[in-house]
Design a protein around this ligand. Structure first.
Ligand code: AMP
Ligand code: GLY
Length: 424
């Protein structure tokens, strides 16, 4: 098969790495990709949201499947664009249609969906400028801290967690008045849930599902989970607290009702469901849905999948996922993200990266996130630059392998957290 992966981060490198291993893969293309994906296939300079350009490329290069990495093209309707175009209909897109992508694209939709299907989540109220006083009254009824979420996509910045009641009311007013543009015209106010988070990934063909390895990511920039939120500074899989008993509850109360709920509502969903969960005294609750794989979680999930991933993707496309095999490597995989100094605020790009060529042990994989190649040099090209994933028979073994490689990589103002996995 000729396969096109869209996106340019560490997640897409990890997806491409796994897809490239399949005997079913003939030609692999990544649009737009990064310096890492260029070693696995052909990078194509097309943005993941430029549907007409993707169409031309797919037709000209006899592409048999499109695997969508990020959420934006899904929320914008890439699946529907292919389905509704006569010349593209036969090319499966791995990812939900616009309706299903609303699980991520609209927090209000996701909350209402969970209510309809009795899926455990935090209590909430959706508020607009017209119902602001109701929002203030709801805040009065809650205990601190207060959770305010922009309804729409806000590049990971749309969630505020605020200790003071007065400040929460003021921020609610700012949000509905356009603090995050149209994304916060509707705001979801949520009850605060106290617990440890984990990420559960499900592949579904709309009928059946398979549960991929569970992971935990580290979102804050600073050690001890302090400072600003980032896209993710590291990840661990498996997650010790998400054992068989907990995962059985997740499957019974969350995964099955979600897949069945989508089906009952006539929503065509063939792709990944990412459940952001919180463990509240042993009880799983949904913090958020995403309609794609996580980043950096994919950089620990893909290395743990032993089966042919393309075979599984075909199972999604052909709606016979139940006949496909999923086997999981029992070892731990941990990834450490090397980031540009200043990230997640302003940072510089174009710094030369050295030390990625040598001494990489067999148990370690270097996934590129924000990199590009120019004049024979490897350069930084984003906030998150490289994800160093290692296998280990224990967390300590995986960590020490990744940290050892991190020490040999260099670029100006490089930063990484030295405490990934500290709380497990
Ligand atoms: P989200 O974008 O919905 O995943 O929210 C971003 C982060 O905010 C989550 O990863 C949690 O750490 C935190 N968060 C979101 N909702 C809640 C909640 N109801 N209770 C506690 N923390 C939350
Ligand atoms: N690591 C969280 C995300 O991909 O949204």
């Amino acid at each position: 098969m000729n396969i096109l992966v869209t996106g340019s981060g560490g997640r897409e490198h990890a997806l491409a790495w796994k897809i490239a291993q399949s005997p079913k893969t003939e030609n692999l293309y990544i649009a737009p990709g990064n310096a890492g994906t260029a070693n696995l296939g052909t990078n194509v300079p097309i943005s993941a949201t430029d549907f007409p350009a993707l169409k031309d490329f797919v037709l000209a290069n006899d592409i048999h499947m499109v695997v969508v990495g990020p959420e934006d093209p899904l929320v914008l309707g890439i699946y529907d664009y292919f389905r509704d175009d006569e010349t593209l209909q036969s090319v499966p897109v791995i990812g939900p249609g616009k309706a299903g992508a609303q699980l991520e694209g609209s927090k209000d939709f996701a909350k209402a969906f969970m209510m309809r299907h009795h899926i455990p989540t935090a209590g909430y109220r959706s508020i607009t400028a017209e119902t602001l006083s109701e929002g203030h009254a709801f805040i009065d009824s809650l205990q601190a801290p207060y959770v305010l979420k922009a309804d729409g996509l806000a590049a990971g910045k749309g969630v505020l967690i605020i200790d003071s009641k007065e400040e929460a009311k003021a921020e609610l007013t700012n949000m509905v008045n356009g603090m995050f543009g149209d994304a916060s015209k509707t705001v979801v106010i949520e009850e605060f849930l106290d617990g440890v988070e984990c990420s559960v990934f499900v592949m579904t063909d709309g009928e059946d599902y398979k549960i991929l390895p569970v992971a935990k990511d580290y979102k804050r920039i600073g050690e001890g989970n302090t400072g600003l939120n980032t896209g993710g500074m590291g990840a661990v899989s498996p997650v010790p607290f998400a054992g068989e008993h907990f995962m059985q509850k997740v499957e019974d109360r969350i995964i099955r009702p979600t897949v069945e709920g989508l089906k009952k509502e006539g929503i065509d969903y063939k792709g990944f469901i990412f459940l952001g969960l919180i463990n509240v005294n042993g009880e799983p609750k949904v913090i958020e849905y995403n309609c794609r794989m996580g980043d950096p979680e994919t950089e620990v999930v893909m290395p743990r999948i032993q089966s042919d991933f393309v075979d599984l993707l075909e199972g999604i496309a052909n709606q016979d996922l139940k006949n496909r095999e999923l086997s999981i490597d029992p070892r731990t995989v941990i990834t450490i993200m090397l980031v540009s100094g200043g990230y997640p605020e302003a940072y510089e790009k174009g710094k030369e990266i050295t030390g990625t060529g040598e001494h990489i042990p067999e148990e370690t994989i270097l996934f590129h996130a924000g990199t590009r190649q120019a004049d024979g040099k490897l350069l930084t090209n984003g906030g998150r630059v490289l994800a160093i994933s290692s296998y280990g028979n224990s967390m300590d073994e995986a960590l020490s392998r990744s940290y050892k490689v991190a020490e040999s990589v260099r670029f100006d103002k490089m930063y990484y957290r030295r405490d990934i996995g500290f709380d497990l």
